[in-house]
Design a protein around this ligand. Structure first.
Ligand code: MTE
Length: 908
């Protein structure tokens, strides 16, 4: 409907929509307010100054509404105890919502029957929530001053407040269904684990949204010629930057697409979980594009480069598996795989999962099957079909489109201060409900019931699942299995899955029974089917047991917290408590790695860092389970703003963010990343020779990746931190490095988490060092390193060389492949220059150029024999070693062979 015209300046301006509006249809005669309720408070509570919210808004222009109004929301929601210790401790919520990702962030869906029972419109209480991180806190008094910008390729960039929106723009109220692209993902996860968490079939909800048309706003901002996309950015700061995404400009300027900048939901100010005070609402598209807590609208020539736009909300080709996907940046960036319009989908809500129906109740011969369906991009669900014989024959169900009732609203009708302007619009942006009476006798003869929807382009839901790595847009026929029970007197219905980790559903059952869910027959065994594959899968999925079956003790959080020191450090992994005392000495990362986790939940860190072998050792240290109450209390709040003023950046027990401010390439594959600490005077707080932990999110899975690094800046340096990182790019014969590629892909301005210090070695100066807190004196260091293994060695060497009174001697043996692989060479050479007595630098290259004047060849037995030799009595030498695992192993072997004892060798 929208026509674009070019202005003299080359700007593209949408023409006003009113010119194209069709005349209003005659007022409908049906009075359908079955889903409505009288809710005077809902307006009163939304005290937006200047808002045109009417005090009593149930009565339309003609004295009654012809369309559904929302059910009464609950007024007694509280901040729930489990949220108190999280950054969302200001958000009141309904305890019926099912949490899909633990306590925080808040990702929830309602029980499916409760959602359906609310009717066409969902209250804020049961509306699904998808939050990638903490909910920004916005007080009521700040709402009207909430500012956002329209910028980028526009003639008139502006900054607007919500007050300006209310005063200067026309308001609209539309019913719009939002659906998370992950709706029904649990079914995909049952077939094969995707990278997403397990939504049931209730990741969908509908509300009346009030706000300003994006087409109006962009009309005033005047997009420039060449502009093709509109990016949105929210105020929620996440591990990979602010949440943001984009849609095409031609949709955004099209009133028929109905994109709103909304400030009310069901007539009330937006609930904090749903974007208080301002959000985008994009009808017909996946919920992921409807950015909440809106701060920026940016008109661009290219799609958004926001991390969440690239690594979320995509359907990658089915053959890309989770492991491969982590190393396919170009695939992720391929716009063909980005999801915009929803695909057609449907589900059975009644019978509910585990519902039982009697076959012998007098006078009852039918069961009414009920559910929902939706289509995307404004399409309409035109057909709903039900089969009782696996698709051989189908029955037509009835469809109710409540959305159509709003089209019949009288001309000029307003609701919640916004015009219900839908009479002219053909598009369908809401779910519809379907129902079908099925004779109980037919059900008694059937094994299952399946449903499928068709849309007005005759696209019908597929029979089979299209599995993809993010598990999105799952829409195969929805299947409910029928079990005959009670000696054939009753039926029990079984849905495919239950949300989150909730047990139940035929998919889980079939899988446990060894059925193959991807055999095209819903996992049912066919005679002669070879089930070796299934068994193989089962083996691959077997998890390592980290608990001791003989231990059966509940531990409280108070007991745990008493063990938060060096004495007897206890820590928690997956709700189980472990005593790390016996492993303090042996831990490869030094005692500090365990002590740093003492008294805390170390699940994320432990699970990401440790190998299968390490996990298999855990039963030995298992001492009990944290009781349920304590589990809730343990979730760690974000550090308060005030804490950021502390003088030292690193904390051993809490992650802290520093911002990337520079990436400096120093060789083909190595960069120095510079991070800005919380304030200019803050010191890093890293003792010489120790490391810090860096935590990032995997771009694809958002799982934490944690690695230890030794910065090259000094631990006493202020305000800033330099970390040298060798980036393991993907090559023909090597997968790329998970951590280093993720780090490299972060944009300037992105936060990264740090924690520490860790490590068993510390150099105190003048030949004094400690190993696991035991002091030792050395007269000479032999430092053996390769590649980026130079970093901890560099720290120690610099400390020795900087202090003129430090008489410790150093021999550095640095082995690499080619000249440019020698990291920090200039700095090393400078340190040694004129100090040859104190410091001897030996570089050796395995593939040097002809110009290379130094040693040639690998660091081998001959080199160490010549340059180091056997230990000498009274020599007090320590050998510091850092490099790739294979190199460390061979150095270990050679030094042992030369007579060096293990206590004189230190592997970083
Ligand atoms: N906007 C911001 N700023 N942050 C988010 O985490 N999640 C998106 C979208 N907008 C998100 C966001 C996703 S993936 C979905 S499905 C919808 O919000 C969910 O909206 P709701 O929580 O109001 O139901």
């Amino acid at each position: 409907m929208e026509v674009l015209s070019s202005t003299a300046q080359g700007a593209i301006v949408p023409l006003p929509t009113t010119e194209f509006r069709l005349p209003p249809s005659p007022a409908a005669t049906v009075k359908d307010i079955s889903n409505s309720s009288t809710d005077v408070e809902s307006c009163a509570s939304s005290d937006l100054e200047g808002s045109v919210c009417e005090a009593v808004d149930e009565l339309g222009t003609e004295g009654y509404r012809l369309y559904p109004l929302p059910p009464t929301p609950k007024r007694d929601n509280k901040v729930l105890p489990e949220d108190l210790k999280t950054p969302d401790n200001h958000v009141e919520r309904d305890p019926r919502l099912i949490r899909l990702t633990g306590i925080h962030p808040f990702n929830v869906e309602a029980p499916l029957s409760d959602l359906y029972d609310e009717g066409f419109l969902t209250t804020k209480d049961l509306f699904y929530v998808r939050n990638h991180g903490p909910v920004p806190r916005v007080e009521d008094f700040e709402v009207l001053d909430w500012q956002f910008s329209i910028e980028g390729m526009v003639e008139n960039p502006v900054k607007l407040t919500l007050r300006d929106l209310l005063r200067e723009y026309e308001q609209f109220t539309y019913p719009i269904t939002l659906v998370c692209a992950g709706n029904r993902r649990k079914e995909q996860n049952m077939v094969r684990k995707t990278k997403g968490f397990s939504w049931g079939a209730a990741g969908v909800s509908t509300a009346l949204w009030t706000g300003v048309g994006l087409w109006d706003l962009l009309g005033r901002a005047m997009p420039k010629r060449g502009a093709r996309y509109v990016c949105f950015e929210g105020a929620d700061r996440l591990p990979n930057g602010y949440y943001g995404t984009s849609v095409k400009l031609n949709w955004a300027v099209d009133a028929n697409r109905g994109i709103l900048v909304a400030h009310k939901m069901n007539g009330e100010a937006l609930h904090p979980d749903h974007g208080k005070p301002l959000r985008i609402v994009i009808p017909g598209q996946i919920g992921g594009r409807s950015v909440k807590w809106l701060k920026r609208i940016i008109v661009t020539a290219r799609p958004s480069d926001n991390w969440y736009h690239i690594y979320d909300n995509r359907v990658l080709p089915t053959m890309v598996d989770p492991e491969q996907s982590a190393n396919l940046p170009e695939t992720w960036e391929d716009e063909r795989y980005a999801i915009y319009d929803l695909n057609t989908n449907s589900a059975i809500c009644y019978p509910a999962h585990d519902e039982r129906v009697s076959l012998v109740e007098k006078g009852v011969e039918m069961y009414k099957f009920k559910g929902y369906a939706y289509a995307g991009g404004g399409k309409r669900v035109t057909r709903m079909e039900v089969t009782l014989d696996k698709g051989k024959t189908w029955r037509l169900a009835n469809i109710t489109y409540h959305e159509d009732q709003y089209r019949d609203a009288p001309d000029g009708e307003t609701l919640y201060g916004g015009r219900v302007d839908m009479s002219w619009r053909e598009a369908c942006f809401c779910w519809c409900f379907w129902d079908l009476d099925i004779p109980l006798a037919d059900l008694a003869d059937a094994k299952d019931v399946m449903v499928r929807a068709m849309d007005d382009s005759m696209m019908v839901q597929p029979r089979d699942m299209y599995w993809s790595v993010l598990g999105m847009m799952n829409n195969p026929w929805f299947r409910v299995v029928i079990h005959k029970e009670d000696s054939g007197h009753s039926l029990r219905f079984e849905h495919p899955t239950q949300p989150a980790l909730m047990p139940g559903g035929w998919m889980e059952r079939v899988k446990k029974e060894g059925g193959n869910l991807s055999n095209g027959l819903w996992g049912e065994k066919v005679s002669g089917e070879d089930d070796t594959n299934t068994q193989k899968e089962a083996v691959a999925e077997k998890e390592i047991c980290m608990t001791n079956p003989k231990i059966n003790k509940d531990i409280t959080i108070d007991e745990l917290r008493k063990h938060d020191g060096e004495e007897h450090p206890w820590f928690v992994v997956n709700g189980q408590v472990y005593d790390g005392t016996k492993f303090l000495e042996a831990h490869p990362g030094g005692a500090a790695s365990i002590v740093g986790a003492a008294g805390q939940d170390a699940t994320e860190e432990f699970m990401t860092i440790h190998s299968e072998n390490a996990k298999a050792m855990m039963p030995e240290y298992h001492i009990g389970s944290l009781d349920e109450k304590s589990k809730t209390l343990l979730s760690e709040p974000e550090p308060a703003e005030s804490e950021k003023t502390r003088p030292v950046f690193l904390q051993s027990k809490a992650w802290n963010k520093a911002i990337i401010i520079q990436k400096k390439q120093i060789s083909a594959d190595t960069k120095i990343f510079t991070f800005k600490l919380n304030h200019d005077k803050q010191t890093v707080g890293l003792p010489i020779g120790q490391h810090l932990m860096m935590r990032l999110r995997d771009p694809a899975t958002r799982e934490a990746i944690i690695r230890a690094y030794t910065p090259i800046s000094e631990g006493t340096g202020r305000g800033i931190l330099h970390v040298l990182v060798k980036i393991y790019y993907k090559t023909a014969d090597r997968e790329g490095g998970k951590m280093t590629l993720a780090l490299d892909s972060l944009p300037i301005g992105h936060p990264v988490d740090f924690k520490g210090p860790v490590g068993k070695f510390e150099y105190l100066g003048k030949g004094r060092c400690t190993i696991n807190s035991k002091e030792r004196r050395v007269k000479r260091f032999v430092m053996v390193c390769a590649g980026s293994g130079i970093t901890p060695i560099f720290q120690v060497l610099r400390a020795v060389m900087k202090d003129r009174e430090d008489e410790t001697k150093c021999v550095v043996l640095d082995g690499n492949r080619v000249e440019e692989d020698i990291l920090c060479k200039e700095e090393l050479d400078k340190m040694a220059q004129g100090n040859e007595e104190k410091c001897k630098l030996i570089y050796t290259l395995s593939k040097p150029s002809d110009e290379w004047k130094g040693l040639r060849g690998r660091m081998d037995q001959g080199l160490f024999e010549r340059e180091v030799g056997a230990p000498r009595k009274g020599d007090d030498t320590m050998v510091l070693i850092c490099g790739p695992e294979a190199m460390e192993k061979s150095v270990h072997r050679i030094f042992n062979g030369l007579g060096w004892r293990d206590e004189d060798l230190l592997f970083f």
